[in-house]
Each structure stands twice: as C-alpha cells, then as structure tokens.
Design a protein around this ligand. Structure first.
Ligand SMILES: [Zn+2]
Length: 197
C-alpha cells in the first residue's frame, strides 16, 4: 500500500502513513492516533478546534449566522467532544430565533434541545450557566409564542360561543367542540414548554 501524507492529530507533525492501518504512533510526540483522522487532518490543512471555533465566533460577532453555523458545524463534526462547537450552534439558533416570525419558532425546538444537551453534557461547570441561560431564553420566547396562539384560539372560541347563543345556529354548535379541543391542545403544549423554563 503506498504511503499517503498525514498530519499528527496531536502535535501536527508531517507524517506519511499506510492508509490500510487503523492506528499508529507519532514518531515525534509518541502519541497514538487513528490513521484515518491523521490523513483527514492533513487534507483539512491541520485545522485545530481553536481555529474553527474562533472563526465561528468572529462570524457570529459580525452577525453572519450562516457562516458562523458552517464553522461551528465543522467543529462538531471534527471535534465532537469539544463543547464549544455545540454551544456555537446553540448561540446561532438563539440569534436566528429572536428575529424569526412567531410561527417558525417552534420548528427550531429539536435543534435547540439537541445543541444545548450536547453542550451541557461536555462543558466544564463554569460554562454551564451561560448555556442554560441561552436555552432558557429560547424556551421563554417559544412560551410567549404559544401563549399568544392559545389566547387567540380562546378569543375565537368565546366569539363563536357568543354567536351560537345569539343566533342559535346549529352549524356553529357543531363547530364549538372542535374549537374547545383546539384550545385544550394549545393549553397542553404551553404547559409542556412551561416545564422547560
Ligand atoms: Zn505527534
């Protein structure tokens, strides 16, 4: 098997490796590494977690959430046990959802949950409060959105009840149970999110 260029995942030394092997030890820093990772490390230009995350932070500071997300996603792919990539993705979600239309906020919930769970599981204790706060900020926003939705269903129901009482319309009476069910569902979803706060 011909040797291919690689870069030690620990010290960054230039190496030539047999790609058919699973693991090897760096002759310079004597650290064992996964051959595939060292080869990828060479192809990626030996980019470190610090570099990718600093790039993401810089984009986020400039307000470019799209480019920031690309960097943080690359960080979570290459360095999945580094909490900063996950935290970055969470911060992007937070930034995006604050300007998102009300009806689009709920769709971000699985992403926010996943990124915050990963970040919280990996982050040192000192970093956890900030991550928890970001997560709570999102759920607060979602709570407000769902509260508005519930209130509008409630108003709709009250209007219809009033009309049904005045007109005695049979078709309106048939509509009422459906709307009551819709209100119950809206209330239930609100309570579920309330537990996350
Ligand atoms: Zn090395």
């Amino acid at each position: 098997m011909p040797l291919v260029p690689a870069k030690c995942t620990n010290c960054g030394a230039a190496l030539e490796l047999d790609p058919s092997k699973d693991a090897a030890v760096c002759p310079y820093c004597h650290t064992p590494f996964v051959v595939e990772k060292a080869i990828n490390n060479y192809m990626d230009g030996g980019e470190s977690a610090d570099t990718v995350i600093a790039q993401g932070d810089a984009w986020l500071n400039m307000g470019n959430t799209g480019e920031a997300a690309v960097c943080y996603r690359r960080a979570t792919e290459k360095f999945p046990s580094d909490y900063r990539g996950w935290r970055g993705l969470l911060m992007v979600e937070l930034r995006v959802t604050t300007v998102l239309q009300d009806d689009k906020v709920e769709a971000r919930r699985p992403a926010v949950s996943m990124y915050s769970n990963q970040a919280l599981a990996l982050a040192p204790a000192s970093e956890k409060p900030a991550i928890q706060k970001a997560r709570r900020d999102y759920f607060q926003r979602l709570y407000q959105v769902l509260e508005k939705k519930r209130d509008s269903v409630r108003r709709e129901l009250e209007d219809m009840e009033r009309q049904a009482a005045i007109t005695g319309s049979e078709s309106l009476k048939w509509e009422l149970p459906k709307l009551r069910e819709k209100l119950q569902e809206a209330q239930f979803r609100l309570e579920v999110i309330g537990r996350e706060l």
